[in-house]
Write a protein that binds this ligand. Sequence first.
Ligand code: PLP
Ligand code: SF4
Length: 445
Amino acid sequence: MKYKSYTLSNYSTIPQINKLSKESKRNIETVSSVLPFKVNNYVIDELIDWDSYENDPIFNLTFPQKEMLLPHHFDEIAAALEQSTDKKYQKEVSNKIRLQLNPSPAGQKEHNIPVIDKVKLYGVQHKYRETALFFPSAGQTCHSYCTYCFRWAQFVGMETLKFAMKETELMVKYLEKHQEVTDLLFTGGDPMTMSYKVFKKYIVPFISGHNKTNIQTIRIGTKVLSYWPYKFLTDNDAEDFLRLFETITSKGINLAFMAHFTHSIELKTEAVKRSIQKLRNTGVQIRTQSPVVKHINDNPEVWSEMWREQVNLNCIPYYMFIARNTGAQHFFAVPLFKAWEIFRKAYQNVSGVCRTVRGPSMSCTPGKVQILGVSEINQEKVFVLRFIQGRNPDWVASPFFAKYDEDAIWMNTLKPAFEKKFFFEKEEFKYFRENYYDSERVSFE
Ligand SMILES: *Cc1c(COP(=O)(O)O)cnc(C)c1O
Ligand code: SF4
């Protein structure tokens, strides 16, 4: 299968496009002037049911919807597109709107950038002690774009993650110095958009025998299995990738795909099943994760079916996330209490082998906060929370409480219960400031 992608400039050549209403097309054109839009032939031909596209989860996952922009933003950009031919002006309007959509959530831009030899490693994020994230510049795109993408700003040029080849050397140096880092996570975008030739140059320096780091697990954050499973089946370099993975796993390194699956539909094609099998045969481990989002997967049956299907295919359910506070969050947001209900109902309906999953979890500035549930203490209704990951490792696994709030969709509006401040607010990110980088006092979001 040959990969073919569509963006705003050529989407009218999608064979099924005449199924769309005029209104849908106008919405796509308007919204994608602000938020990124890209889709490919596999998603179009094998995942979307075009006869009921308006309720189709994968259509909603990849095609922009009108309500993804707030009404006044939609009208503003629509007017700029319709009433002016001045491209520069249109771009100004787009960028003005983008800046109001919290383009870099959870302090990613300022607070997680490590330093070595006085050089800031842009393209690296080190937030949790054991795990460093690495954004190879050549992997800063995806095979299709998710409408709820939390890294959307990268794809419209709002944030440039500059990462040159020579910086893999600096990264190796950083990891050699920081022996506490056991996990290296390649992320993006999607690192699996890289060709074998390019990817190999990025990964080889991190494989044992090539350095003195303490890396034991290499993870690859990717949606390739949902968006382009032919990567490991029919692409020219499919076999090269599989052999490389085999080489890595045979060295005793745990190579894990952190596979993003949003809906069980993505697990049903022959292509995805074969691709998973090929990867598993090389010794690659596959762990799965996704946010819970309205209009796509805000339903416990979808999740229990997805987890069961994943386990049947030899994948390990890992995380259910809450959609981050950026971009089109208002459209996709599921209230926290509801996300927990979806999680709980889905979790109750699967056997123990699926219950490796954790969530629902918010990746916010202090860490990954899991909603353990809603409870009542001294007649006060509360959320019971805990850190799955914390900027300070000591925070992990201790329960804490927030006042119950039916409308809350993110950590930033939660208020502590029984105390004035959350326990971690008092520390002002001292741990990481002392150990890794200079960080001003930050508000948490
Ligand atoms: C989720 C995440 C990780 C990985 O955390 P695990 O719990 O080990 O999967 C690492 N860094 C950042 C910034 C993350 O958000
Ligand atoms: S796969 Fe991840 S980075 Fe790519 S568009 Fe989807 S959410 Fe964004």
